[in-house]
Design a protein around this ligand. Structure first.
Ligand code: NAP
Length: 306
């Protein structure tokens, strides 16, 4: 069996590509290493996706996209992790879970994952007080003291979310101005449960069976302070999931996929969309737009080449 399109990744970019490909009546397979939805499904509420004036829950939006993709005939395999993509004559071969799938075109929509700080205690306490997903783990910290690391949209948004449970939320940021959108900054500054530690980095996390203490290093005065903390949420950006194609296609210096304006990668017939691609903005709306462009480009490629 040869698929016309194999889509790797089931976040907003991959699912939208599947909607367009299915609707074009192309034989489409989507492979997702976990469950569909990607990181958007771990966001409690998405407020800036057009058409939902009161916002929409991340899981609900993603379930709707999945249902729409299935309705148009896309086949979706979950818990199916791709380990490599290779070229064989006119076909692309995708290896996943000890099986091989053949395709005429591929759309890479494998997204990105949370960057680690790589500091003492981080590995040891991950899952025991350290988390990269407030939506998933926030409720464990009812009436506790938590620390959020980072100054971008994700850090600020998740700090606000954590105030529902936590007694206090301390945001530690390496500069003295936030990178986050102004509307989020306004909210965070108004919230009485949130306080800031500026110009500082999280240097060490320690505890016993769970996190108990953090050491923050102030970059201006070179002093360290210790805080008693029960939980640490790290939001310092992301790293693209491109290991499985790093020897096949051209990546930028941070391992994001380079494409042309049709979203075609350095290999003909392989396209990329969403957070995994070298682009300026990581947003659901952008991923959706790119998923549709990549699917239409793949469709045109099939018409012209095969
Ligand atoms: P981001 O925008 O890249 O912000 C990362 C933050 O972490 C920055 O404040 C950065 O500091 C800090 N940081 C990076 N490396 C660090 C390190 N080693 N130690 C300490 N701090 C470090 O990442 P993000 O917040 O995950 O957002 C990713 C993308 O998703 C963005 O495009 C964002 O707009 C989007 N997003 C949007 C929404 C929304 O629209 N509601 C929600 C979530 C995410 P500096 O500022 O000093 O560089």
């Amino acid at each position: 069996m040869v698929y016309e399109i194999i889509i790797i990744g089931g976040g907003p970019a991959g699912l939208t590509a599947a909607i367009y490909a299915g609707r074009a009546r192309l034989k489409t397979l989507l492979l997702e290493k976990g469950l569909p939805g990607g990181r958007a499904a771990t966001t409690e509420i998405i407020e800036n996706y057009s058409g939902f004036p009161s916002g929409i829950g991340g899981p609900e939006l993603m379930q709707r996209m999945e249902e729409q993709a299935r309705n148009f005939g896309a086949e979706i395999k979950t818990l199916c992790e791709v380990s490599s993509v290779t070229l064989k004559e006119d076909y692309k071969i995708v290896a996943a879970n000890n099986q091989e799938y053949s395709a005429k075109t591929i759309i890479l929509a494998s997204g990105a994952q949370a960057t680690r700080l790589n500091i003492p205690g981080e590995k040891e306490f991950t899952g025991r007080g350290i988390s990269y997903c407030a939506t998933c783990d926030g409720a464990f910290f009812k009436d506790k003291k938590v620390l959020v690391v980072g100054g971008g949209d994700a850090a600020v948004e998740e700090a606000l979310f954590l105030t529902r449970f936590a007694k206090s939320v301390t945001i530690v940021h390496r500069r003295d101005t936030l990178r986050a959108a102004k509307i989020l900054e306004e909210r965070v500054r108004k919230n009485p449960k949130i306080n800031f530690v500026w110009n500082s980095e999280l240097a060490k996390i320690s505890g016993d069976s769970s996190v108990k203490e953090v050491i923050l290093y102030n970059k201006l005065n070179n002093k360290e302070i210790s805080l008693e903390i029960d939980g640490v949420f790290i939001y310092i950006g992301s790293k693209p999931n491109t290991d499985f194609v790093k020897d096949l296609i051209n990546l930028d210096s941070k391992s994001y996929i380079l494409t042309d304006e049709k979203l075609q990668t350095s290999i003909e017939g392989i396209f990329a969309a969403g957070d995994v691609r070298h682009n300026k903005l990581k947003q659901v709306a952008v991923a959706v737009g790119e998923g549709s462009i990549a699917a239409i480009s793949a469709q045109k490629f099939l018409e012209e080449h095969l």
